[in-house]
Design a protein around this ligand. Sequence first.
Ligand SMILES: NC(=O)c1ccc[n+]([C@@H]2O[C@H](COP(=O)([O-])OP(=O)(O)OC[C@H]3O[C@@H](n4cnc5c(N)ncnc54)[C@H](OP(=O)(O)O)[C@@H]3O)[C@@H](O)[C@H]2O)c1
Length: 346
Amino acid sequence: MSNSGLNWLEWISAIFHIASEALFQRFFARHLPKRMVLPQLAGLTCIVTGATSGIGLETAKQLAEAGAHVVLACRNTAAAEALVEEWHENIDASLKVEVMQLNLLSLSSVRSFCTAWESRNAPLHVLINNAGICSLLAPQKFSEDGYEEHMQVNYLAPALLTLLLLPSLLRCASRIVNVNSDAECFGAVDPDDLNLTSTSSGYSSLIAYAGSKLAQIYFTSILNSHLQYRSGVHAMCVNPGIVTTNVTRTLPKLVQTSHRHSTLFFFNPLEGARSVLFCATAQQALEHANKLRSEGWPLCPLFSSDCKPRIKHIQDQELSKASKVWDRTLELVGLSNDVIEKLLNP
Ligand SMILES: NC(=O)c1ccc[n+]([C@@H]2O[C@H](COP(=O)([O-])OP(=O)(O)OC[C@H]3O[C@@H](n4cnc5c(N)ncnc54)[C@H](OP(=O)(O)O)[C@@H]3O)[C@@H](O)[C@H]2O)c1
């Protein structure tokens, strides 16, 4: 076993999986248009986190262009306001876009965002948990709440955001789209060490990133099982593919991918946003989610960067781990175990 908790066979399989994604994602997604064709979305409200850059920016822009009311939930509100101005000037002055402050490195910022949002008593049709960090090669860092930064930004804060926005999501048929990553196959989550403080053989940013994405799959699966049959809320996870964005900003300049163009193998943000937009808007995504629900499939719907469902096999002990991760997560974000029950039966 390594510090990731994977055995050598699982490591080889994870490396093979990521290498084949890097080499063949374009081939697998060859049936998709360069830019997703969206239905008319007038009347829908969508919140997109991390919409100032990369996949989130493209996702938010296209949702707005299709007529949705889009909330850019960003920590850098000046950058987001500048984007809105640019879109109003260059695309259409009538786009319904607004900016709200959200810093996922602070759970109190998440709570303030949700209080402000919930005070509107409005329905929320789509929540896209896109914002994320992947601080490869960086040393371990902790948030003001005392949590490892990958875990907090990629997992704990979006989990809290999702739960606090559930009242709005329950007001209508809605979707929660979590932008995940196939890097989750390198992940292993220890519910007793979600904060990654006791890894015996040292900290690895890749393992922290992968663990945060795997924890999100566990959490989303348990969330769906709580909501099943009693609500029109569907939660899913999607891998956008390997995309040239600012996500590699902590790597040496030579290997950074912060260009807006596509490369021979990697997607550009326009292409990376396709699977996210598919989950947020396509009827087929809901049909797949409903099929899994009716079959009692224990995991949440997972989609690949080619917009096709991905089946991840899970063993019984992993399912019980997922439940423990759910319980521990509620504890870490300061919510009670019956939070969903209370919302469903107020
Ligand atoms: N690019 C890939 O190859 C790839 C592959 C698989 C999965 N993903 C996932 O895709 C998602 C989007 O990443 P990206 O590639 O588009 O990266 P990106 O260009 O770096 O965009 C990340 C966004 O998240 C925001 N963000 C970071 N920390 C935040 C915080 N504390 N509070 C609020 N917002 C914060 C960033 O805001 P600032 O501009 O203020 O930093 C930015 O808007 C992430 O969840 C990532 O894990 C990406």
